[in-house]
Design a protein around this ligand. Structure first.
Ligand code: PCA
Length: 199
């Protein structure tokens, strides 16, 4: 069976939970639409997360990668269009504060997602889940992992579809934060629908 590497993140900043962590744990070893899911939860650490993801790509040898991240405050499921060659934003979980430096010194400015993002948005909406393509994944860890995966695929000429989906907060997270939220089960279903869009 074809394998998909599905990644999420641990909690970070003022988010005591990260709904992507639970989705990845729930879907690990399950199969959706003929894809065997290998779930991995990544640290929020500019110095180790990218290398860790690249190691996982070579270890798991997936045919597709979907990385997930929390975008607290967004009100819909947002497949990302592009990753940029830049680290910026607040401190990571190790206290490192990026300052706009490049992710890969001589890397290209950006990479487009190779996931079927338009189809994903259409399918989500058809199934009653609010969704929209996002034209910026920011410059924090989510953008970082999206860029690192696409760069590795390009450099090594790997035959892997790859990209990133930001999700809104779960209701549990919104209890402590005044932000829009989805039921955790709907967040998970949305990701299953996105996996269902892969050929
Ligand atoms: N969201 C952050 C990093 C970890 C996560 O879940 C981001 O949007 O960059």
């Amino acid at each position: 069976m074809k394998k998909i590497l599905l990644t999420g993140f641990v909690p970070f900043l003022d988010n005591p939970i990260n709904p992507t962590e639970e989705i990845v744990q729930e879907l690990h070893k399950k199969s959706v639409n003929g894809w065997e899911i290998v779930g991995e939860v990544l640290p929020v650490d500019f110095h180790v997360t990218g290398d860790h993801l690249v190691e996982l790509i070579h270890k798991v040898q997936p045919s597709a990668i979907i990385s997930l991240g929390l975008a607290a405050g967004r009100n819909r499921i947002t497949p990302e269009r592009i990753a940029i060659n830049c680290n910026d934003g607040p401190v990571d979980n190790q206290g490192y504060k990026p300052d706009g430096e490049k992710i890969i010194t001589d890397g290209p400015d950006g990479y487009f997602s190779s996931l079927p993002i338009k189809k994903m948005v259409k399918e989500l909406e058809n199934k009653g889940i609010p969704a929209k393509i996002s034209n910026t994944a920011g410059a924090y860890l989510c953008n970082h992992v999206m860029y690192r995966a696409l760069h590795e695929i390009e450099q090594q000429k790997l035959d892997i579809f790859s990209g990133f989906i930001h999700i809104p907060a779960s209701h549990k997270l919104a209890l402590t934060n005044n932000i829009p939220s989805f039921a955790q089960k709907d967040l998970q279903r949305a990701i299953e629908i996105c996996i269902g869009c892969l050929d």
